[in-house]
Write a protein that binds this ligand. Structure first.
Ligand code: ATP
Length: 319
């Protein structure tokens, strides 16, 4: 490839900017021309594309969100939309594309690859729900935000001897709840990957309070249901009225942690080097601290394995 482009698509996540910076600087370092597509696949269809230089990505490594903006674009799921996008790239002599996003964005990249554009996917989502990578870009920051919020909740909850139900993001994946629950010592972690028994949870809460526990945190992944509903079910069973906190979109904002910046930098550079080698239609990831590529077909047709060992550890330590 001689000329590549980069776009961010789907839900945004912290570290996307660090990934864009890595793609642009690595491409320039290797003597390629590099372009940015604004607003994901929507910008590709509308030809909202500009050339980047070293300075275009200055002062962004520490910023949340994405300077390229992101969009969900229905038109791109049609063959006509995809052809239009590929034609716009080709007209500018762009023969490679790095797509930073989630599952849906990967599928779009795969379609472009079949139309002759060399594409690479980078896992950009807070949910950590993409298989063949241990972590996605943004996950570490989202977990840090949840842990920080739980620290604050604990202060006030233990003063009042109250229990808390905290609802966190993650879509169908329980990783945000799992990692932040382990890191903050939550007594109960509800994730979609593991069955739970509300009768047992409610009675354990009651016993723990009787034994002198001053507070109790129940962490609920959004894939399980609403925190409000879980709290109501608990009250029905044990009479305790937990206060409910829904953390919502603050989990998607803020400055990325060093882990996310390092991951984004490594993956952005890796994707460019893979394109230069002629690779295409691959998702990039990090497994056991090694950079890996996997066919996008395989990535989008697989499910991320849940770390049951970590879940059981969290449960053992939260007695
Ligand atoms: P996240 O899950 O973090 O929100 P995502 O990338 O999965 O990110 P989606 O909204 O599912 O978010 O996908 C982003 C965009 O990718 C869609 O708006 C659409 O333009 C494109 N896309 C999704 N599915 C396909 C598909 N099957 N073929 C072509 N393009 C697709």
């Amino acid at each position: 490839v001689k000329s590549i482009a980069v776009l961010t698509s789907g839900g945004d996540s912290q570290g996307m900017n660090a990934a864009v910076r890595a793609v642009v600087r690595s491409a320039l370092f290797h003597g390629l021309e590099v372009y940015a597509v604004q607003r994901g696949y929507s910008g590709l269809i509308n030809d909202d594309i500009r050339q980047m230089d070293l300075r275009s990505v200055g002062d962004i490594i520490q910023r949340g969100g994405t300077i390229l903006q992101t969009a969900r674009c229905k038109e791109f799921t049609t063959e006509e939309g995809q052809r239009l996008g590929a034609d716009n790239l080709r007209r500018r002599g762009i023969d490679g594309l790095v797509v930073i996003g989630g599952d849906g964005s990967y599928q779009g990249a795969n379609k472009l690859s079949k139309l002759g554009i060399k594409t690479m996917g980078l896992p950009g989502t807070i949910d950590n729900d993409i298989p063949f990578t241990d972590y996605t870009i943004g996950f570490d920051t989202a977990v840090s935000i949840v842990v920080d919020a739980i620290n604050k909740l604990r202060d006030t909850m233990s003063s009042h001897e109250r229990s808390s139900v905290v609802e966190v993001m993650g879509r169908h994946c329980g990783d945000i709840a799992l990692y932040s629950g382990l890191a903050s010592g939550a007594e109960t972690i509800l994730v979609p990957e593991v069955n739970y028994d509300l009768d047992e949870i409610a009675s354990r809460m009651k016993t723990n309070f009787a034994l002198g526990k001053r507070h109790s945190i129940v962490l609920v992944a959004e894939g399980v249901g609403k925190g409000e509903d879980i709290a109501r079910e608990i009250t029905l069973r044990n009479g305790i009225e937990p206060r409910v906190t829904v953390l919502g979109h603050i989990q998607r904002g803020g400055t990325p942690t060093h882990n996310d910046r390092v991951l984004a930098s490594r993956l952005g550079d890796f994707a460019v080097r893979k394109l230069i080698e002629g690779d295409s239609g691959k998702g990039c990831g990090v497994m056991e601290n090694k950079l890996v590529t996997t066919d996008i077909d395989k990535v989008v047709n697989s499910k991320k394995e849940f770390n049951l060992d970590l879940y059981q550890l969290a449960m053992r330590l939260s007695q």
